[in-house]
Design a protein around this ligand. Sequence first.
Ligand code: AQP
Length: 355
Amino acid sequence: MAEFQKLVFSGVQPTGNLHLGNYLGAIRKFVALQKDNDCIYCVVDEHALTAQLVHEDLRGQTRAIAAAYIASGIDPKKHIVFNQSAVAGHAELAWIFNCVARIGWMERMTQFKDKAGGKNAEQVSLGLLAYPSLMAADILLYRATHVPVGDDQKQHLELTRDIAQKFNIDFSANIRKEGYGIDIKVGDEPVHAYFPMVEPLIDGPAPRVMSLRDGTKKMSKSDPSDLSRINLMDDAETISKKIRKAKTDPDGLPSEPEGLKGRPEADNLVGIYAALSDKTKADVLADYGGQQFSVFKPALIELAVSVLAPITEEMRRLTGDTSHIDAILRDGGERANARAEKTMKEVRDIIGFLR
Ligand code: AQP
């Protein structure tokens, strides 16, 4: 059996307020993975239109995400950093996947239900429903095999696998006839596949960073309360204020992770500490178990500032020179496009479009 060549792909939407959840759930993993892998990291600007069509400064937000990637340590020369709209194949493949996927698959997505919840169908864009189809296209356009994301994206990646599998099955005769695809195993089943079954990479002590105001809600760019999240552009004083004000319960820290069950706010702060210090929650509790939050919070503030301040400073420097960031994105876009065009030519052949 053959295997698809390992390739890492992921992206972040330029929708403002890049926060600690985006950093720990996604960007930090991007940095770690670049050491041993071929990686493509995208600023998914077309996704930014799904929830809100008109943006005051989409270009500025796009540059800010690219700056966050680079300031966090991604090397845009060795790997590819680009914005999605620079490569037409994303939208073209998404259209094909809209025809592969079923409406019911999209309607079952919890993120769609959360974002569309409470609105009537006249108020919700068709793009929001089809978001996972564009996400599948982003990944499969490069036939990527591994996708580092936060836990909130797990269901979308399962859908990406469903779309890949349905495409492979529906077009199996044409994939063979055109001489594309490889023989892989899906479970125990041998399959002749054009698209790989992507593997989500969702591990670590903080796969879903929660709001600082409510430990049952994920930290999110769109939360109206700025106190709910630590933004990557926050200064040390603001980070300190937000952690001091973070909701907790009256008990001190337990000595074992088991003791965090049913205490979402405590669990979240310990998870953030663990992720920022590259430790497990058990390690953190070995140091702080039995202590009050009045001791733990200042330690967390010191740690968060020491990790984030250099990134914030570098992001400010990079966003101050737009021509430099734009040149990086242009170069990345050209290299991404060359790879994407190869896939799109083959996909057009498989489907039977006349060229
Ligand atoms: N709270 C989180 N914890 C861990 N990972 C997270 N991610 C987002 N929030 C958390 C991960 O960040 C990556 C980029 O996310 P995105 O901006 O493309 O989309 P999102 O998941 O919709 O992010 P937000 O902050 O929640 O934005 P809004 O409020 O606009 O919906 C993804 O890998 C995501 O898992």
